[in-house]
Design a protein around this ligand. Structure first.
Ligand code: GLU
Length: 465
């Protein structure tokens, strides 16, 4: 049977890195196994859930390319299904009404030093219960859990997990206002949606035995579970807002491309078992196996993300990059021709980690540098530099055939004749033309920005530095 999996975000915030990784692993697993990937919006917490977050989550998923195969399911539209399940549990005596008040429960907790509910209303007579109802006393609904034995499940990542039933109390499945709790809605939905594999964060391991008890009590098939390892920040604490950018949107705004972010996320807890870590989504789908996901927490490493991102950028066609850039900033490069911009990308893509960095570092292809870093100037522009650069300018002025080859020939023979090293000549010339001493082949840059701009920039540097 082809698997059906789902990503079930609560719309109480935007899609963050952890959620995106969960969504991705579900997507990879379903695509690797020709299954279906669904999305369910768990919006039962009416106070914290916001439509705006649902929109943001969906937008981020679409941007990442994690598209789902069926219409979104909203828990807020499924109240009736939850009611049917609760009523059926009550009818067959597998759940019961509990009239214990908060004060009463607090007192028991204090006395027993435990949060476990001792089953006070578990075996009450119908008459007793009816009289409480008639008196209008509020009640919660609790599942009658087994008193002995154990529940165990084989987690695809964490292995066999066993919990003694003595550790599971008669937990609440509906609050006193009638609203169902997460452990109930989750089970009802996963069953109705035909979910075969529940792939989610390891923080849900503790909910799983309770959910399994619910499946069994309701007479439903129990899905297979796979809990994904936690993602930590560099300080080995759970990744959170404290660690800076954790929202997918901020990576998009910083000019990371979806392929790169997905590739990096895929490596958080999984590795392809080969040396090669830079992969397209297609390759990741082919290689992905849940059995190769490890339980050890994964550490979010910004440096590695940058590296992967740079590798993706370098592999991409200039045309793809320019259209991605336009999504981030549609005015980029508008002062020059499309052809010119493609050439800029060609020179810069292997030197940038993201689209935004590529744009930032490409400023000198469009504007004359007018500000120079003091420290760089001190290191590059020394006594005698001015004369050398003057000579270079003179030579450049005489070149009619302005192209890489002639520029290279003329400047190299100048250096040889004057017995000047590359650093002494080309570094200051680069500083004048680019405003920085790093970058791709200077001959290629000069060729692209053109003779007039090069001469004008060198003149400016000579006059100001
Ligand atoms: N809404 C839950 C969460 O965001 C989903 C839990 C699950 O996948 O079962 O953590």
């Amino acid at each position: 049977m082809n698997p059906r999996v789902r990503f079930a975000p609560s719309p109480t915030g935007q899609l963050h890195i952890g959620g995106a990784r969960t969504a991705l692993f579900n997507y990879l697993f379903s695509h690797h196994n020709q299954g279906q990937f669904l999305v369910r919006i768990e919006d039962t917490d009416l106070e914290r859930s916001k439509q705006e977050f649902t929109n943001q989550i969906c937008e981020s998923m679409k941007w990442l390319g994690l598209t789902w195969d069926e219409d979104l399911v909203f828990q807020s539209q499924r109240t009736n299904q939850y009611k049917i399940a609760i009523d059926s549990l009550l009818d067959c005596g597998e759940a019961y009404r509990c009239f214990s008040t908060k004060d009463e429960l607090d007192k028991i907790r204090e006395e027993t030093n435990s949060y476990s509910y001792p089953g006070i209303w578990r075996e009450r007579s119908d008459i007793e219960i009816q009289s409480e109802i008639d008196n209008g006393n509020p009640f919660t609904i609790r599942l009658k859990t087994p008193e002995s034995g154990e529940t165990s499940f084989d987690d695809l990542i964490y292995g066999t997990i066993k919990v003694e039933h003595s550790e599971i109390d008669d937990f609440i499945i509906a609050r006193s206002d009638g609203s169902p709790v997460y452990n109930l809605t989750n089970v009802v939905d996963d069953n109705d949606m035909g979910i075969t594999h529940v792939i989610r964060g390891e923080d849900h391991i503790s909910n799983t035995p309770k959910q399994i008890l619910m499946y069994k009590t309701l007479g439903w098939n129990v899905p297979t579970f796979a809990h994904l390892p936690m993602i930590l920040g560099q300080d080995k604490k759970r990744l959170s807002k404290r660690h800076g950018a954790t929202g997918v949107q901020s990576y998009r705004d910083d000019g990371f491309q979806p392929e790169a972010l997905l590739n990096y996320l895929s490596l958080l807890g999984w590795n392809p078992g080969t040396e090669e870590e830079v992969m397209s989504l297609h390759e990741i789908i082919e290689k992905f196996e849940l059995s190769k996901v490890h339980k050890k927490s994964a550490v979010f490493d910004e440096k590695k993300l940058n590296w992967i991102s740079g590798q993706h950028l370098a592999m991409q066609s200039n045309k793809t990059i320019i259209s991605d850039i336009k999504l981030v900033n549609d005015t980029w490069g508008n002062s020059e021709s499309h052809e010119y911009c493609l050439n800029v990308i060609d020179l810069m893509k292997s030197r940038s980690k993201s689209l935004v960095q590529l744009m930032d570092q490409s400023n000198y292809y469009f504007n004359d540098p007018t500000e120079f870093d003091e420290k760089t100037v001190r290191k590059t522009w020394k006594d005698g530099t001015k004369d050398i650069v003057e000579s270079v300018r003179y030579i450049l002025e005489t070149i009619d055939n302005w192209e890489i080859k002639s520029l290279e020939e003329k400047l190299k023979s100048f250096m040889e004749e004057r017995e000047l090293g590359f650093g002494k000549v080309m570094k200051p010339v680069r500083l004048a033309i680019c405003g920085t001493v790093n970058g791709p082949s200077l001959f290629a840059v000069m060729d692209l920005v053109g003779k007039d701009a090069c001469l004008r920039r060198i003149k400016y540097a000579i006059n100001t530095l």
